[in-house]
Write a protein that binds this ligand. Structure first.
Ligand SMILES: NC(=O)c1ccc[n+]([C@@H]2O[C@H](COP(=O)([O-])OP(=O)(O)OC[C@H]3O[C@@H](n4cnc5c(N)ncnc54)[C@H](O)[C@@H]3O)[C@@H](O)[C@H]2O)c1
Length: 262
């Protein structure tokens, strides 16, 4: 039997892939026979470093730095990429957390915040998803093939009191993905979300300051460890593969049992 996770030479674009979960997705896709892996990140040097790692695996990669919150920049990125390699078949909306320039640990109680802070969270976690889906879907509809996977958070399912706007942005992204899935289904495009709980990545290192803090946090997990980028990337790879062609409009938790649902 062949590899059910074989990506069959399809081109992929992963946002925020310069570190953490997105980097691991880029490497996993490369290891499973993706075509060109487009490594997006706000920071050009991160995108280039991960593109080099993908190439070191013997796969093709392009670094595509751009801020996903910027509609015009995202349009330009997709136009440039499609001129070089053709269309994107697999889109992973992974850029998230507090956006590119602040730490989630800087978040304040909701009642002390205003529109500037809100737009940081909404920009990357909600508008970034709209911008990339807007750019990717016409080509997918034309070719009648596509996989869109958006990384959300258990915060968007259960609500995190200290991350209220982030929770709302992620829940909004999931609601949008359900509707988009219904809109693009006739194009044989699937659209799903993966909801993560705490995963060891550079972006959330500030939230896990010391051993005592980590011990307290882990009490909420059935499997008493934080996730690793591979835990997330494995599910994203599955949803990107043809093995998942009958799965759409869903949110899959990958969370060590942090939240449970029927
Ligand atoms: N790590 C966790 O504990 C955790 C938990 C739940 C959900 N998530 C979600 O998983 C995804 C990946 O998280 P991570 O912890 O691996 O991320 P991270 O913060 O470690 O890295 C994210 C990368 O995305 C880039 N980025 C951020 N905003 C961008 C923008 N506007 N345009 C382009 N690039 C941008 C950053 O430069 C960074 O390199 C995010 O959507 C996050 O919200 C993470």
């Amino acid at each position: 039997m062949g590899d059910i996770l074989d990506l069959k030479g399809r081109n992929a674009l992963v946002t925020g892939a310069g570190q953490g979960v997105g980097r691991q997705v880029a490497l996993q896709f490369a290891a499973h026979n993706a075509g060109v892996v487009v490594v997006n990140d706000f920071y050009a040097e991160r995108a280039q470093a991960v593109a080099a790692e993908v190439q070191a695996l013997g796969a093709r990669a392009i670094a595509a730095p751009c801020d996903v919150t910027d509609y015009d920049a995202v349009q330009r990125m997709f136009t440039d990429i499609s001129a070089q390699i053709g269309a994107i078949d697999l889109l992973v909306n992974n850029a998230g957390n507090a956006g590119p320039t602040q730490s989630p640990a800087e978040s304040k109680p909701f009642w002390e915040t205003g529109p500037q802070e809100w737009s940081n969270w909404m920009g990357t976690n909600f508008y970034g998803v709209l911008n990339c889906c807007r750019a990717a879907t016409p080509g997918m509809m034309a070719r009648k093939y596509g996989r869109i996977i958006t990384v959300i958070s258990d915060a968007g399912r259960v609500g995190e009191p200290h991350l209220a706007v982030y929770s709302g942005a992620k829940a909004g992204a999931a609601g949008f993905m359900r509707a988009l899935a219904k809109a693009v289904g006739r194009g044989q495009i699937t659209a799903n979300c993966v909801a993560l709980a705490g995963v060891n990545t550079p972006g959330v290192a500030d939230l896990m300051p010391d051993a005592e803090h980590i011990k307290q946090m882990l009490k909420a997990y059935v499997i008493r460890r934080f996730g690793e980028p591979d835990d997330a990337a494995n599910m994203i790879l599955f949803l990107a593969s043809d093995a998942a062609s009958w799965i759409t409009a869903q949110t899959y938790p990958v969370n060590g049992g942090y939240s449970v649902s029927s």
